[in-house]
Write a protein that binds this ligand. Sequence first.
Ligand code: CP
Ligand code: NVA
Length: 308
Amino acid sequence: MRHFLTLKDFTKEEILEIIEIALEIKKNLKNKIYNKELAMQTLGMIFEKSSTRTRVSFETGMFQLGGHALFLSNRDIHLGRGEPVKDTARVISSMCDMVMIRTFEQSMIEEFAEYSKVPVINGLTDSYHPVQLLADYMTMVEYGIHENAIVAYIGDGNNMTHSWLMLAAKLGFELRIATPKGYEVDSVILEDAIKMAKKSGAIIKVSNNIDEALYGATIVTTDTWASMGQEEEKEARVKAFKGYMVDGLKMCLAKKDAKFLHCLPAYRGQEVSAKVLEDHADIVFDEAENRLHAQKGLMVWLDQQRDK
Ligand code: CP
Ligand code: NVA
């Protein structure tokens, strides 16, 4: 049995296998051929933070695969009132066939997975957002921009940045990260990525220099400056990130036909200008839709692993 807690635990081949299943399932759905691999299965979805895309995509995806999803907000279950994680894990995994968790600490989902009898999926923690990166890479494949990609990430060194680090390090593409001083990526995660990059041939560059990161990039991406849980820092962050908005001038530094990606929700006028977001709306909203297909691929793949 496998869990999906971080891309660090996955090989390049496994990541590509998941994407392949996702692309197939998406094609089938568009042709009204319905994959029912998870018939009679249930997915427990524990949310300790808000969500639009993650909730809708997992719930819809599970239904489309013939199963059922339960939305479990921590306001409604005893976890939010102090029932231990390990007890919650033992109970929910005795009734559900898979569990998805969106929470704060990565250690919480690790503990949950330790006590779970069924696969656990990371639906975002403070450290990582790996399901988003499956959708992002799937989108890169669909747009034919995955080969020789040079990805520039401009903004906060957060869960999205860490997941980009893992994806680049595993798949072997070039990733340039530019963050303001004091908002760099986690040094342990960076070290891990650099070690893995040596094997895969990935090029990883981390700096505070936006222009250097953007010059010749084929894909530009960013994320909110204040993640969930950092609401109180919002004002200070807007000041610290001055000059980091991805706008038309910055896109000019990237390759002529460079694409823009954003995991959403986007804050126009902060990390991205309204014009850049709207100019790239086709790919950004395909990226959002691909959350559905990529996660269906992931759940089918995880289900296959337990039969092995
Ligand atoms: N990108 C993403 O995970 O969106 P939600 O927070 O809406 O789930
Ligand atoms: N970094 C953001 C991603 C939202 C999908 C957050 O954690 O809030």
